[in-house]
Design a protein around this ligand. Structure first.
Ligand code: ADP
Length: 171
């Protein structure tokens, strides 16, 4: 199953996949981190389409076109802000992965790349987040035959180490 999941290092905006996932905020109007990078690379059409969506609650996901990106689609999901772990952060992060993958399935997306959702400005501990990401994605792929490849995109060596270990553990 896990041959369909791969950890890669680098800038998600450069990837030639059907869809990239954006770690957005609930307003869906752009921001810093990976969100800002995606909006810069996609161009103003993305923000315009996002404006028409009226936001997205934490744990849910929305899909738009990719505009100037190589990716045809952007799936915007909102991860939880880390508040110590007692505020359903784990479940909300799991939901963000699950709902993004559901949208991918519904839109017949075969290749999809995720950033390390919530582990930047939102402060979710990266080791804990990587275990949740690996478990959710492997679980989803067990029941799904249409998604061919899921890339876990890491932007730091620390994240890369955590994601590689988490993937080993979910095997
Ligand atoms: P959040 O608010 O969900 O924490 P951030 O964008 O602050 O979102 O960070 C999420 C993760 O995305 C972090 O691990 C950060 O290092 C990573 N990241 C930032 N820019 C990029 C990029 N261009 N490509 C891939 N990952 C990125």
């Amino acid at each position: 199953m896990n041959e369909r999941i791969e950890v890669v290092f680098g800038d998600i905006t450069k990837l030639e996949v059907d869809a990239i996932v954006n770690a957005a905020n609930s307003k869906l109007l752009g921001g810093g981190g990976v969100d800002g990078a995606i909006h810069r690379a996609a161009g103003p059409g993305l923000l315009e389409e996002c404006r028409s969506l009226g936001g997205c609650p934490t744990g849910e996901a929305r899909i738009t076109k990719g505009y100037r990106l190589a990716a045809k689609w952007v799936i915007h999901t909102v991860g939880p802000i880390w508040r110590g772990g007692a505020y359903c952060e784990d479940e909300l992060l799991a939901k963000a992965y699950r709902n993004s993958l559901k949208l991918a399935e519904e839109n017949r997306i075969k290749t999809i790349a995720f950033p390390a959702i919530s582990t930047g400005a939102y402060g979710f501990p990266v080791e804990r987040a990587s275990l949740i990401a690996a478990a959710e994605i492997s679980g989803f792929l067990e029941d799904n035959g249409s998604i061919e490849k899921v890339l876990l995109v890491c932007f730091s060596e620390r994240a890369e180490r955590c994601y590689l270990r988490a993937l080993e553990e979910s095997r």
